[in-house]
Design a protein around this ligand. Sequence first.
Ligand code: NCD
Length: 317
Amino acid sequence: MPDFLTIAGMPRQELLRLLSATQKNVSIAEGRSPNRTTLNGQVIANLFFEDSTRTRCSFETAVHRLGGQVFNLTPSGSSISKGESLVDTARNIECMGVAAIVVRCAVSGGAKMVADGVKCPVINAGDGRHEHPTQAILDISTLMEEFGSVEGRTVAIVGDIINSRVARSVTHALSTLGAHVRLVGPPTLVSKSFERITQGPGMVLTMSDLDSALDGVDAVMMLRVQFERAAGGAVSSDYRQMFGLTPQRIAKLAPHVVILHPGPMNRGIEIDDRVADDPLRSRILRQVTHGVAARMAVLEMALGANVITAAHNRIEA
Ligand code: NCD
């Protein structure tokens, strides 16, 4: 089954295919081109065991744009609050005839556990500190819109790296595509072991001085400190001064440098208002549009074969 669980180990050609499909979907995501009907008659389950705004709503929107139906399950109001396990929940939902399950959970490896427990395709919408593969696709699609290709580009990812599934997935993808990554943050939140993530020609470096890390970059991705993953203790009162993206810092960047953030932003901590809302450099809201396009591409990849077979069977009948 074509699950979509990680970027780690994903071949470059497959990554590029998904990115190209994403880019073609952008005008649909913007509402400028007509929706497709690939998921006509299919129901998708969004199992979100952790809070989400962008990821959950963009999966929903992507299903609608492909002509399918979607429902959401969250812990409050479901039997998860009564102690039912992730896998038991997913197995029951599968028996309702859903075509795919999108899962977000706090457990690293949770999406794989679900995939091992059901037969339908499973898409990882973020599992603990492990991976957030659709976020990597949308981030790189946003960068490709800007630069054409990411090959040879340098991207600084700044903040709570150790707890970030986004950093892990994006670093895998960028290095596969030949971009260089600088992972920047306080030593308590950046582990040197991240340098081993590299799975392609791109180099991965860990750094703790933001100002030198910003020298010569093409893009900067800011990350939130993940207080819910107990990162708060690792953050000192001078965090903004040391690792915040301030107007003074971006004034020194070359004119072509763009700023990303997966959201949610903690304004005034990792990013100042004037940077987040900078009309020339910020691509933060553009990422959200690419998020719908990327999730459409992933859903079609996961379900394409099934959907085409189902349509063919209907014609034969
Ligand atoms: C991220 C996540 O949930 O991993 N957000 C997102 O999906 N856009 C990052 C975060 O929560 O800080």
